[in-house]
Ligand binder design. Sequence first.
Ligand code: MN
Length: 136
Amino acid sequence: MARILIIEDNPTNMQLMVYLLNAFGHTTLEATDGETGLAIAQHAPVDIILCDLQIPRLDGYEVARRIKMDPELKDLPLIAVTAYAMVGDRDKVLSAGFDGYISKPINPEIFTEEVEGYLSANRSDLHDTHPESYMD
Ligand code: MN
């Protein structure tokens, strides 16, 4: 089970994400603006950060920039959750420092699986740094 920081200013989206992730046993921490989200990430241990792009105070791109500049936080999976669906936005999101992208509207059937996919991708990266992985 993971500790998941959600930075999202839309109460309906926040409620849905919290509900779905809690239902699957994950712990959620919530922030409704970028500055608060960044402060939580710096002070509470989290396994993954889900971040809306259009949020007050610091937007998602600025949150990404600061997280990826922070040696303590840069290796956390940072996932944009956003309504932008136009071709090219995915590249913009990834080049801003996000490790992945989940599009809105949130699909309750697959949302938790998508989030867990980013968690396990990160864990297997860590596992691959152990020499035993290469022994056979
Ligand atoms: Mn928003």
